[in-house]
Design a protein. Structure first.
Length: 315
């Protein structure tokens, strides 16, 4: 894929007004962030830039009327992440290791969570590895469907991936699970803002429960969730039982990615594959994307954040 080499954000995004709009919202709160953003956008192929614009258009719907706050929360979130990165590179581990710790420091603090989630929403446009993973989801996960499918997503968050699944003419039914009723209420509000017309069943479910799922789906999606769990392979084993015959699971999980609520540290491509295989799944495709579009091998060697996208099937 050809990578864009223009020298300014305006030049790179001249035909992508939504992406430029999100970038300018971040820069309004953080003018010094311009060099970081330029490095991120310069590394994007035309395909990834198209995905960037597609995602940005929906993000602007979600933040309409509150653009200034979201820009400020993005800067605040990046400051929190930088603190975690300093600890990670000094200690060689994530700062927290149990859900109880994450609940006490992050999840129980509603103001913290509001700012954190708002900031993370903008990363879906501004960070190379996040939008590259979304391009994989749009093009090779949803785009890889050849017949009608029943869709399940774990931890739907801002609702973006559910929205895109609903927009697929092949999606027959849509369901989303989360352990938090409050999170599902936020997802429901987001889906309404995005104008999703297909019905989406939002279900409060704990995927760490023993036994097997009672329903089966052709496509199961778990994106940026497993790193928040103490035993992610147990969750994948449960989800394996939710995959219909001939169905697939899409897993998006970060490597070397310290965050205030990340518990499970994966350090390599091999760690990701081992976790997936331990759950009784066979990796069909894996794609790695490093932060700022850096060479993946260099990022892994330097323990810099990499997103891993995996398409797998039950063994």
């Amino acid at each position: 894929m050809t990578v864009v080499k223009e020298a300014s954000l305006d030049a790179i995004l001249r035909d992508r007004p939504s992406a430029l709009g999100v970038a300018n919202i971040a820069l309004g709160a953080w003018p010094e962030h311009d060099k970081f953003l330029l490095r991120n956008f310069r590394q994007r192929s035309p395909e990834i830039l198209d995905a960037t614009e597609t995602v940005a258009a929906e993000v602007l719907k979600l933040i309409a009327g509150e653009e200034k706050r979201f820009g400020e929360d993005y800067r605040w979130t990046c400051d929190r992440l930088r603190d975690e990165e300093i600890f990670f590179h000094r200690e060689g581990r994530y700062r927290l290791s149990t859900f109880a710790e994450a609940y006490a420091e992050v999840y129980s603090d509603h103001d913290y969570m509001r700012r954190y989630m708002s900031g993370l929403l903008l990363t879906q446009v501004l960070w190379y590895n996040h939008v590259a993973s979304m391009e994989m989801f749009l093009s090779r996960v949803l785009g890889g469907a050849s017949k009608p499918f029943d869709y399940l997503e774990i931890g739907p968050g801002h609702g973006l991936t559910v929205y895109f699944a609903a927009a697929s003419p092949l999606s027959r039914s849509l369901e989303a699970w989360d352990v938090s009723a409050a999170s599902l209420e936020e997802t429901d509000a987001a889906l309404k803002k995005l104008g999703v017309s297909k019905p989406v069943s939002l279900v409060e479910t704990n995927i760490m429960q023993p036994g097997e799922a009672t329903k089966r789906f052709d496509l199961v999606v778990i994106s940026e969730v497993l790193e928040h769990l103490e035993k992610p392979a147990d969750a994948l084993r449960f989800l394996r039982s939710a995959i219909a015959e001939g169905g697939r699971i899409y897993i998006n999980v970060p490597i070397n990615s310290p965050s205030p609520d990340h518990l499970c540290l994966l350090s390599s491509r091999e760690d990701v594959v081992a976790m997936v295989e331990e759950a009784g799944l066979r990796v069909e495709r894996i794609e790695l994307y490093a932060t700022q579009g850096r060479p993946v091998n260099t990022a892994l060697a330097q323990r810099i954040s990499v997103s891993a996208g995996v398409i797998a099937r039950p063994v």
